[in-house]
Design a protein around this ligand. Structure first.
Ligand SMILES: C[S@@+](CC[C@H](N)C(=O)[O-])C[C@H]1O[C@@H](n2cnc3c(N)ncnc32)[C@H](O)[C@@H]1O
Length: 219
């Protein structure tokens, strides 16, 4: 982690000291994702795509270069509740169900396919809402997307996933894993770094395609 990103995480964690454990865990998760974005920008990434962005204001909150392209994706009913804030860096918003693989692949082709991009994809808090086969399908779409270079993904264990889904009245079994490294390696990624924030029940993985050259998986 770069010095700027470390300082950002340290400040966020200091501000969370004394908060209830779950609030502190969310503050740590947010700070960890912030740090991944700041590091990627420092490395020259020019695009961020946030899947299941919700009401997150990261694009406006972080000190980002004006040239950075930022796309927030969530369900239509969620994005409809977002109002334009007076921030310097306005993200593009796209209402889409990320489990619609062909629609997501088409969107990423349109957003990333012109020119040469180096894209970081974020999915913070999204995966418990998806089933295992939906996460595997999402991974295939990302690996096939032009310019896709890195995926920062928060994961949690099956019991935590079940608790999250119960809280939001989601039926059926969502994606959870006990061995995130093996799970995402089996989907075609290599683990670049891991940041614990819910240790040992969850954390953040920074993933890159296991193969160096662009791969085009069948969708
Ligand atoms: C826990 S919230 C996380 C929001 C934000 N990333 C954050 O960390 O503050 C999960 C988000 O995923 C979105 N989501 C869940 N399933 C989705 C789907 N199939 N397609 C698009 N967004 C989805 C929800 O609408 C919600 O905004």
């Amino acid at each position: 982690m770069s010095a700027a990103a470390s300082a950002h995480v340290a400040a966020a964690l200091r501000s969370g000291i004394g908060a209830p454990a779950d609030v502190a865990a969310f503050a740590a998760r947010t700070a960890a994702f912030d740090a991944v974005v700041l590091d990627a920008v420092a490395e020259g990434f020019d695009t961020v795509v946030s899947l299941g962005a919700g009401l997150d204001d990261r694009a406006g909150r972080l000190p980002l270069p004006p040239s950075l392209c930022w796309l927030d994706i969530d369900r239509p009913e969620v994005l409809a509740t977002r109002s334009a804030s007076a921030v310097a860096h306005q993200p593009f918003l796209e209402a889409l169900d990320v489990t619609d693989g062909p629609a997501l692949a088409d969107l990423l082709r349109r957003f990333l396919g012109r020119g040469s991009h180096r894209a970081l994809v974020l999915s913070e808090g999204l995966l418990p809402y998806l089933t295992t086969s939906e996460v595997e399908a999402l991974a295939r779409v990302l690996l096939a997307a032009p310019g896709f270079a890195r995926w920062a993904v928060s994961w949690c264990t099956p019991p935590v996933t079940a608790a999250v889904r119960a809280l939001f009245d989601c039926h059926g079994e969502g994606f959870g894993c006990d061995d995130p490294r093996a799970t995402f390696e089996a989907m075609g990624f290599r683990v670049v770094s891991q940041l614990p924030f819910l240790d040992p029940s969850g954390g953040l993985l920074v993933l890159e395609p296991a193969t160096a050259s662009p791969v085009h998986h069948a969708l």
